[in-house]
Design a protein around this ligand. Structure first.
Ligand code: UGA
Length: 447
């Protein structure tokens, strides 16, 4: 099939475009960003993502993908126009729909025959209905037929290529039998259950999934806090919980709170459009609030433990919002650094792929060239991202390199018993004596 992706050099657009191209479709990745287009036309990638170089090579070797800024050609040459533009957080947590609205208007203006317009971006419920009106109002010839379809993405950064090529499920929201046939053909080579529903349910399901994932994380972070305070151990608790098939074993690792461009943004957007529909969402508001508490608690802990912080060296390993990506948007590490950099402490940072930060933070921290440089003579080592190279660190060497052997491990990547054995002061999340356990509440007070 002939497909155009509007926003085709962005994260979702590019992976979707290349993924469809290697599945045999002819894909035009259209975008207004000439810097990214130049890179892609030179065989370079504008984003870091596992498996993407191979996907780009395969799609270009097979002549199945074109990168262009020409929207007119992109629309006219395609049967399916997939819109994957950014829908970032707008004012007060609302979704900024300006790129989506502009894309719909431009697409409509160039349509010359029947097209299936597929909304891939995460958008508030009702957007497909709005899109239909925008397209109708902007067609050059009002007789041109079209359908609008919702097809949410479930790509995790760091795993997005395999999530696209081997999805758990494909969700399609349609209002006409014709567009259902088109979408079935588009994904005919994929080995995954396809759930066909109406456009509003399809739009809603994306928010439901992200809200549920966020809820699990705030839940386990909360259980971690109480575990510390009552001298229980989150490792043992998780071992048991994960064996319950109703709970499952994924997505329950306690940490510094969920970051990244999606979960918080989608929760805020959901709370706002639910409010407009007269639905209050106290549970999901609490999920967000709990998440914001997490980094505040970690910062308060660092401040309470590092007396005379102005004379200290703090080593921070990990800047991206999770391992496997160079994305620092809404990264817990960045939130912590912003707070720490307001103190007089010296901060050394290292991340395997993030080598720059936005100003003013960039100049307020020192970038080290290696993990060992970062750690050398440090008074405190804070692990913020679970990169494999951090997990492989030999704690004996870390111990010998630090001025004060003190580790705050917000991802629980090290074995507490090994750290204690070596003589570290070691604080993880969710077991006795860890980050939240600074209240001084004695067990005898609660039993
Ligand atoms: C998330 C969803 O997982 C995807 O299904 C969805 O398509 C995507 O948002 C989106 O809306 O586009 P992503 O944000 O890339 O994907 O990454 P996640 O793996 O979900 O991680 C989000 C945050 O939760 C990270 O900060 C991560 O470190 C944290 N996390 C995740 C934990 O703290 N513990 C866990 O067990 C899992």
């Amino acid at each position: 099939m002939k497909i155009s992706i509007i926003g085709g050099t962005g994260y979702v657009g590019l992976i979707t475009g290349l993924g469809l191209a290697v599945n045999g479709h002819d894909v035009i990745c259209m975008d207004g960003d000439s810097r990214k287009l130049n890179k892609l036309n030179n065989g370079e990638l504008p984003i870091f993502e596992e498996g993407l170089p191979k996907l780009l090579k395969e799609a270009t070797d097979r002549n199945k993908v074109v990168f262009t800024n020409n929207i007119k050609t992109a629309v006219r040459k395609s049967d399916i126009i997939l819109i994957a533009v950014g829908t970032p957080e707008g004012k007060n947590g609302d979704t900024d729909m300006s790129q989506m609205i502009l894309a719909l208007k431009l697409v409509a203006g160039y349509m010359n025959n029947y097209k299936t317009i597929v909304i891939k971006s995460t958008v508030p419920v009702g957007t497909c209905d709005m899109a239909r009106m925008i397209i109708k109002d902007n067609l050059n010839n009002p007789m041109i037929p079209f359908d609008v379809v919702s097809n949410p993405e479930f790509l995790r950064e760091g795993n997005a290529v395999s999530d696209f090529l081997k999805p758990d499920r494909i969700v399609v929201g349609v209002d006409t039998p014709k567009s259902e046939v088109v979408m079935k053909e588009l994904y005919s080579t994929f080995d995954a259950p396809m759930i066909i529903t109406d456009t509003r349910s399809s739009e809603m399901v994306k928010y439901a999934c992200n809200a549920y994932l966020a809820t699990r994380l705030s839940f386990i972070n909360e259980i971690s806090e109480i575990s510390e305070k009552v001298n229980a151990d989150i490792h043992a608790i998780l071992d048991v919980m994960k064996l319950d098939k109703r709970i499952g074993s994924h997505y329950l690792n306690p940490g510094p709170g969920f970051g990244g461009p999606c979960l918080s943004k989608d929760l805020k957007s959901l709370i706002i459009f639910a409010g407009k529909a007269n639905a209050d969402l106290p549970l999901l508001k609490a999920v967000l609030e709990r998440n914001e508490m997490q980094i505040r608690n970690i910062f308060d802990y660092v401040m309470s433990e590092l007396k005379d912080i102005g004379s200290k060296k703090i080593a921070v390993l990990g800047l991206s919002f999770k391992a496997g990506t160079n994305d620092t948007r809404n990264s817990p590490a960045i939130h912590l650094l912003e707070k720490l950099s307001d103190t007089k402490t010296r901060i050394y940072v290292y991340d395997p792929v993030v080598k720059n930060l936005e100003e003013p933070l960039h100049t307020r921290v020192a970038f080290s060239t290696s993990i060992m440089d970062t750690i050398m003579d440090a008074d405190c080592l804070i692990i913020m991202t679970e990169w494999p190279e951090f997990k492989e660190l030999e704690l004996e060497i870390v111990y010998a390199s630090m001025k004060t052997p003190f580790i705050i491990d917000t991802r629980n990547i090290f074995s507490p018993s090994k750290a204690y054995q070596l003589g570290f002061r070691y604080k993880g999340i969710g077991f006795a004596g860890s980050i939240f356990d600074n209240t001084g509440v004695a067990l005898k007070n609660i039993i």
